[in-house]
Every structure is written in C-alpha cells, then in structure tokens.
Write a protein that binds this ligand. Structure first.
Ligand code: NAG
Ligand code: NAG
Ligand code: NAG
Ligand code: NAG
Length: 440
C-alpha cells in the first residue's frame, strides 16, 4: 500500500457531502474523532516501543542463536527447563522456547515468552481468556456473530484466540484488530484466504501464529466494526495479507503466505517493535514493504527484525523494501528471489547477517540489494552492511555507509551464526502441523 488512504478517508468530507444524509455525516464526524484519538494514543505507544540501542537487540538475538545451536546434538532440552521428554528437534531459539513441550496445547501462552528481536516484548493475549473460534463465516461486519474470528478480534480485553477445527476463513472485509490479541492456529489448519486480509491499525501487542494466509484480495469497504464500541465507514482495502499500520509490539511467527493482491506484509505509518520470524513466503511479486512513502519521515522510528524466514519459490522482489527505519535481516534463507532481495530508499539502516542468498540464473539479477530514487553520492551514506551472509550462484550485496553508525565504537558486535547454518535454522519455516500430546 503506497498511500495513507486509511487515515485520510475519515476526513474526506467531499465524499460525505456528495453521498450522505445527515446521519451518515454524523458518523463520518464521529469516525474522524475516534480514529484521531486512536492515532494519537498509538503514536505515544510507538515512541515508547522504539529502542534507542538497536545494536543491543541485534546482539541479543545473535547470542540466543549461539546458545540454541551450540551443543545441540547433546542437549535439545536447553531453554525448556526440563519440560520435555523424548527427542525433539528444534533448530532456532524461538522454536526451542516452546516446540519441544508435548503439552504445548495446555501451555499455549508459553509462546508469549518466546519472541526475539525488536518485537521481543510482544505478549499478545497472554493472561486473557482463551477464545475458541467455532464458526468460519464472516457475514455481519457491524455485529459479528459470536464464535467468529471477527467477533474475537474486536473484543476489548486480552484474548488468546484459537480454532476448534480446520477452517478456511474468507473475510468479507479487512479484519480490524484490537490490542492484546494472539491468533494461534496451532493444532489445526487455518487458512485465511480468497477474501480480505488482516488490518493491525493503531494498536499494540499482537501475535499472529501458525496460519496460512494467501490469495488475499482487495475488498470494497463499507461499514465495519473496529471495536465493541465503534463501527464506521472504511474505504476499499488494498489486498495486503497483513497490514501493520501505526502499531507496535507485533510478532508474526510461523505463517505461510503467498499470492496476495497487494503486499504479503506491510509495516507502515510509524509502526515499530516488529518481529517477523519462521515464516514461509512464496508466489508473490512485491513481498514485504517497510515504510510506504518517502515523504513520511516518522518512519525513522521503525525497527523490524526479520529472522529464520524462508523466502521461497515464485518470489520476485521486496524481501523487504525499506524506508527510514532499522531493519535486522538475520538468518533467513533466500532461495528464489528473481529481481532483488533487500532494497529501499530514504536512508534506511539494513543489517544483513548470516543469511543465505541464492541468486537466480539471470545475470542481471545477481545483486541482492537495490536502492531507489538516489544517486550514489547520496546512498553511499546509507548504512547497509552484510556480515556472515552466504552468497550462492554469484549473489552479491553492495554495502554502503559507516558501520560505526550501527555499532558505536567500544561496543562489541556479536557475530551472527553464518549463512551456512541457515537451511537448518529455517527448516520448519511456515505453518507447522502440531498434534496434542506430542512435541510440535
Ligand atoms: C447529527 O445528528 C443530530 C441528531 O442526532 C442532528 O440533529 C444533527 O443535525 C446531525 N448533524 C449533522 C452535521 O448532520
Ligand atoms: C556431548 O556429550 C559428550 C559425551 O557425553 C561429551 O564428551 C561432549 O563434551 C558433549 N559436547 C558438548 C558440546 O557438550
Ligand atoms: C493491553 O494490556 C496491557 C497489559 O495488560 C494494558 O496495560 C493495556 O492497557 C492494554 N491495551 C489496550 C489497548 O487495551
Ligand atoms: C493468484 O491470485 C490470482 C487472483 O488474485 C489468481 O488469478 C491466480 O490464479 C493466483 N495464482 C496462483 C499461482 O495461485
């Protein structure tokens, strides 16, 4: 999504004048106030979520990968404090935190201890009730039926949302989420597909876990409930799989995504404290967009970790495309990019560590990086560093900038696990099939 339609639609008075009765005009006015208040509250929360020492966060992640992998062959129980019986294979520190517990189904909220990277404080619906989605339908946008996913995500209190059985949910309109929610698809196969996508707008603390999200399409908009005490008019949605808009403490883990109309995941409008991990992305052109427009300098606050993901078959570009913020791209497997992998404009900081980049056969697409709208005289100052990346088939990363801007002198950088380890670290990327009473 390239424009701030979602914000602007509420003040689009011309629309209301042309279209509306006075009742609708009042709704527009009220909408404007509701969203303005949410935007202001979110802006404060996002500022608080920003970490002034991003290198501490990158170091902490790398150090956890070392701990999780060193001596693995002897001790797969590390980090689980004796919870597990029997062998269980996990390959990265996030998974190791929960996957070997055979009673994961009774300890679902343990997952909330497991995030790493900029989204590490995300706890989602921990401490709240378990809400079981029993109904895959999505018919009433204003008064969603109890038992549906839409009814779950608008509730005010923290909720840990799970699913009764396998289901395919075709969203009629974008799913507008409220704060303090986990959507946890473990134990069943949940597809959110062939309809609208997830909208995480001006909220905090969301975990999206173990889902299939694909073939997401634009939706027309209309009256949609956004909380128990508000519904209002939304314009057309773009067809992003997951849109993170002006939000913070967001963690997307073990999600399989492909073939959405717009992006797979957008992180925009000064969102921050985001981790995207263990996901499997395929069949898509413009995959991940971090920062939607060069004119929006508030995106300097954006801090995103991308770790243990598999960028697979049929991907073309934007893995991710960044503006302004700080992006830690660590231990991901890029097996199938076609044009470029990591790019951006407007001086983003990109720390690429311990990834595997396999270049496509096209001799013109060997360069992993791409800089937009800037001459070399300008981008040579952007801090884009590659460390421990494994380059295959002629792939190369064009570095720029002074690394001291990431690691102030006197502070040690913890070396990442190298790209040679990546196919192990990402072995279980995407939605996984977890069964009760067994390690997942
Ligand atoms: C808003 O609604 C009230 C009645 O609830 C009505 O008196 C008023 O004229 C409306 N205002 C506008 C601007 O339509
Ligand atoms: C693994 O176990 C063997 C035999 O118990 C021991 O000799 C070795 O030091 C252990 N290695 C590590 C990395 O702990
Ligand atoms: C989310 O939960 C936290 C801690 O329980 C609470 O302080 C906060 O107000 C909640 N946020 C919202 C928007 O409800
Ligand atoms: C991707 O989605 C489009 C519709 O948006 C559909 O026409 C196409 O068949 C899908 N492609 C694949 C490979 O599934």
């Amino acid at each position: 999504m390239e424009a701030f339609k979602h914000v602007l639609c509420f003040v689009y008075v011309g629309f209301a004048m042309a279209f509306a009765t006075s009742v609708e005009l009042n709704i527009t006015k009220r909408d404007e106030m509701v969203w303005k208040a949410r935007a202001e509250k979110a802006a404060k929360a996002n500022e608080n979520a920003y970490d002034p020492n991003p290198h501490h966060v990158t170091n902490q992640l790398n150090s956890n990968v070392h701990k999780a992998t060193d001596g693995r062959s002897n001790d797969t129980r590390r980090g689980l404090h004796g919870l597990i019986r029997g062998p269980c294979r996990t390959t990265n520190p996030i998974d190791q935190c929960w996957r070997c517990d055979p009673h994961w189904e009774h300890n679902r909220m343990k997952l909330a201890d497991c995030a790493l990277g900029f989204g590490r404080h995300t706890t989602g619906g921990r401490g709240g009730r378990i809400y079981v989605v029993t109904d895959a339908s999505d018919t009433d946008m204003i008064n969603p039926k109890p038992g549906t996913l839409r009814h779950a995500v608008i509730q005010s209190e923290p909720l840990w949302i799970i699913f009764k059985c396998n289901m395919m949910i075709k969203l009629s309109e974008e799913l507008i989420m409220t704060s303090n929610k986990t959507i946890d698809g473990r134990g069943v196969q949940v597809h959110i597909a062939f309809g609208a996508g997830l909208m995480i707008q001006f909220v905090q603390n969301i975990i999206i876990h173990n889902l299939h999200i694909h073939d997401i399409q634009a939706a027309n908009g209309g009256m949609i409930r956004s909380s128990v005490d508000h519904f209002g008019l939304r314009t057309r949605s773009d067809g992003d799989g997951i849109s993170v808009f002006g939000s913070s403490h967001i963690w997307v883990d073990h999600v399989s995504m492909c073939n959405c109309t717009d992006g797979l995941i957008d992180v925009v409008a000064a969102s921050t404290a985001v981790t995207i991990s263990n996901c499997h992305f395929t069949r898509h052109n413009e995959a991940l967009l971090f920062g939607a427009t060069d004119g929006f300098t508030n995106d300097k606050i954006m801090q995103v970790t991308l770790s243990f993901n598999h960028f697979g078959k049929g991907l073309v570009q934007r893995m991710p495309r960044c503006r302004y913020g700080f992006v830690h791209v660590v231990n991901n497997d890029y097996t199938h990019y076609l044009m470029y992998a990591v790019g951006g404009s407007s001086n983003p900081t990109i720390l690429s560590q311990g990834n595997r980049f396999i270049a496509p056969p096209d001799p013109k697409a060997k360069e992993i990086t791409k800089r937009d709208y800037a001459q070399e005289s300008e981008w040579k100052n952007w801090v884009w560093r590659s460390q421990g990346d494994l380059m295959i088939n002629g792939a190369f990363f064009v570095e720029s900038g002074d690394p001291k801007h990431v690691f102030p002198s006197g502070e040690n950088m913890i070396i990442p696990k190298p790209g040679t380890m990546v196919n192990k670290l990402t072995e279980f990327a995407g939605a996984i099939a977890c069964k009760p009473n067994q390690p997942c």
